[in-house]
Design a protein around this ligand. Structure first.
Ligand SMILES: [Zn+2]
Ligand SMILES: [Zn+2]
Length: 282
């Protein structure tokens, strides 16, 4: 199955996003440069190199690739990896992984499962970390943000000779300040209650589900805690992100219909670049 890959410009540089998404069938989102998966809803060969995977919630279309990922890393001796799981389902997911390892007749997988709660912070590497936030779904669900940290020389020290700066640093004087940029925010499965959380929308690249695209499906969206195209049309004029990437369309709408509605209705009211990660899983 061919995944989609987007090259998304950001203040960090071009960020690659690979994967695919359909409601009920699978949402797989990988940032290969960071070896990070934001959801692992489908087995795919892109998964084994991932060293940090998040599970937004327990629905099968978001965890269907979990056992494959863990097993492939074990079989190919790829070393330890980290799995970040919402705290309310952490014990069940631990049991699930142990069960799969037992069925395979091997040792437990080398996966460090970390329960996370809303507002948890997880370091990815020195210049990147993850933060989490609750979404508006009908079972416990966490969205995630990827933040990039860089250091900048304090403005009052601009023009100071390098040797003098080195001496200042050596003496313990603070010569730089930290700039934290939210690069990516992933809203996971959610209804429009998420829009009240401004931090969740505040990133250069915003990944939002839009499960339902037909007028008659609004009530269905509300019942199951999902976004409807009318929700996006309402919020889009206020979004400040460079890129809006849509996910999770239900099979009730064909891909070409989704693309038509994006171009005809959403693009005119959104100031940034519009993309989608929807695929036809085979
Ligand atoms: Zn889903
Ligand atoms: Zn769900």
């Amino acid at each position: 199955m061919a995944l989609r890959t987007l090259t998304l410009s950001s203040s960090w540089g071009d960020l690659l996003l690979s994967g695919g998404s359909r409601a009920g069938e699978g949402t797989l989102l990988v940032l290969p440069q960071l070896r990070l998966a934001l959801d692992i809803g489908r087995p795919h060969r892109i998964l084994p190199p991932v060293t940090t995977a998040c599970l937004s919630h327990g629905h099968i279309d978001h965890l269907g690739g979990l056992a494959y990922w863990a097993s492939q890393r074990y079989l190919n001796s790829m070393g330890p990896a980290t799995l970040l799981v919402p705290e309310p389902i952490a014990a069940d997911v631990t049991e699930l992984l142990n069960l799969h390892a037992r069925l395979e007749g091997g040792k437990p997988y080398d996966i460090d499962l970390k329960p996370v709660s809303a507002a948890a912070v997880h370091p990815l590497r020195t210049d990147f970390h993850l933060e989490f936030f609750p979404t508006d779904h009908w079972i416990p669900t966490l969205g995630s943000r990827v933040l990039w940290t860089r250091r900048r020389l304090l403005p009052e020290l601009a023009g100071v000779e390098p040797a003098e700066l080195a001496a200042l640093r050596k003496s313990g004087t603070q010569i730089t300040s930290e700039i934290v940029t939210p690069l990516v925010s992933y809203g996971a499965d959610t209804g429009p209650g998420l829009f009240a959380n401004k931090r969740a929308l505040d990133a250069e690249i915003l990944l939002l589900e839009c499960s339902f695209w037909k007028d008659g499906d609004l009530e269905r969206a509300r019942t199951y805690g999902h976004l409807h195209i009318s929700d996006l049309l309402e919020i889009a004029p206020y979004l400040k992100c460079r890129h809006l990437v849509l996910l999770h369309a239900s099979r009730r709408t064909r891909l070409h219909e989704v693309e038509q509605i994006m171009a005809a209705e959403l693009a005119p009211v959104f100031g940034g670049q519009l993309h989608h990660m929807m695929v036809e899983w085979e």
